[in-house]
Design a protein around this ligand. Structure first.
Ligand code: SF4
Length: 351
């Protein structure tokens, strides 16, 4: 699916780091194919949106808990107007203000009045801003108001967190959203936009492909969606050699850092809640990336013909690890999913 460089999903990132616009532009000049990269997460999201839309059209409750959560909200919105008929549009590209375009997850248009509900579904565990502060949903709302609707309600639904928020705007006050988006875009296009690293960086192409001026050290990039081999193939010999050397230096620095921090935590020079208790204990596994654990687990199960019903009934990382360990040849995959507690067992002996 085509993406606009300053499309709705990038606005929260642009707002937090206006420099990401120029940095990503530089990446796209070098790697145009990165513009439309489809990740496991984006594919998973699109599939879920399609399932919600067809469930709503057919009024057939989905079995999956997260999908059902979203379905119930959409259906209850529709049922507030008994007898109304609706047009239900999912994943359809639409024009947006300032010559951009975007693809809302779901739009529901009642047929008798000039209003609409637009929905953004988030299936990760990292909390996204409520609708009132969410530039992504507000961007779609503005696009719909610009089509001539009198009023639009935007809802952000995050089933894994049981979270739903909404924001309503009328055509009369659409300028408030337009001014906000204009201000973000103006900052992006200014001569000297500021870099502000943060949680939003994980979706930034500049970080994935290593051009962000804040994250100067290549070893700190952690490209999310490509393997080391693929990434290294995108580099010239000088860049590759610099990366290799820097990774070595970073490795030394990190292993020294981990030892030092463990010593400080154990000595209570810095408090880290639960650190002393958790050190080295069996069973104290955590998800490596809690937000992505479910999608990673699903991919792992599909690729290795593992009975998913069995796997998804598992509640803890430890239980999942126990099941996966019985499958031959996926040890390195388990390590991507589950993290063991930090530190060494002998450090527990003091406790
Ligand atoms: S990685 Fe973060 S700080 Fe760097 S350009 Fe991207 S969003 Fe900005």
């Amino acid at each position: 699916m085509a993406h606009h460089i300053d499309g709705p999903s990038s606005l929260p990132r642009r707002n937090a780091c206006p420099a990401s616009h120029n940095e990503e532009l530089a990446v796209l000049e070098k790697f145009p194919e990165a513009a439309d990269r489809e990740t496991e997460w984006s594919k998973d999201g699109e599939e879920k949106h399609a399932l919600i839309a067809s469930a709503v059209k057919e009024r057939k409750e989905p079995e999956d808990d997260d999908l059902k959560y979203a379905y119930d909200i959409v259906i209850s919105d529709m049922d507030t107007n008994p007898g109304e008929t609706y047009e239900i549009v999912s994943e359809k590209e639409m024009p947006l203000a300032f010559d951009r375009f975007g693809t809302p997850d779901l739009v529901v248009y009642p047929q008798s009045i000039d209003v609409a509900n637009v929905y953004e579904f988030k299936f990760g565990h990292t909390r996204v801003p409520n609708a009132e502060y969410n530039w992504q949903i507000k961007d779609y709302m503005l696009g719909l108001l610009d089509k001539g609707l009198e009023s639009v309600c935007g809802k952000v639904i995050q089933p894994p967190l049981n979270s739903v928020s909404q924001y309503v705007e009328s055509s009369e006050y659409s300028h408030t959203i337009r001014n906000g988006i204009k201000s973000i875009l103006d900052r992006c296009h200014s001569e000297n936009p500021a870099h502000v690293p943060g949680e939003h960086c994980k979706y930034c192409l500049a970080r994935v492909f290593g051009t962000c001026h804040v994250y100067q050290t290549p070893a700190l990039y952690f490209p999310r969606d490509i393997s080391v081999e693929e990434y290294v193939k995108t580099l010239g010999p000088a860049e590759a050699s610099k990366l290799y050397k820097t990774m070595g230096l970073a490795l030394d620095w990190f292993s020294e850092g981990i030892k030092t921090m463990e010593r400080m935590f154990m000595a209570d020079e810095i408090r880290m809640e639960g650190f002393r208790k958790g050190m080295g204990r069996e069973g104290n596994r955590t998800w490596k990336r809690p937000a992505d654990a479910a999608a990673t687990l699903r991919a792992l199960a599909e690729n290795n013909n593992i009975d998913t019903s069995k796997l998804f009934n598992m509640k803890t990382p430890k239980q999942v690890e126990t099941v996966l360990k019985k499958v031959e040849g996926i040890d390195s995959e388990i390590a991507k999913l589950v993290t063991r507690p930090p530190g060494k067992r002998k450090m527990m002996e003091d406790e």
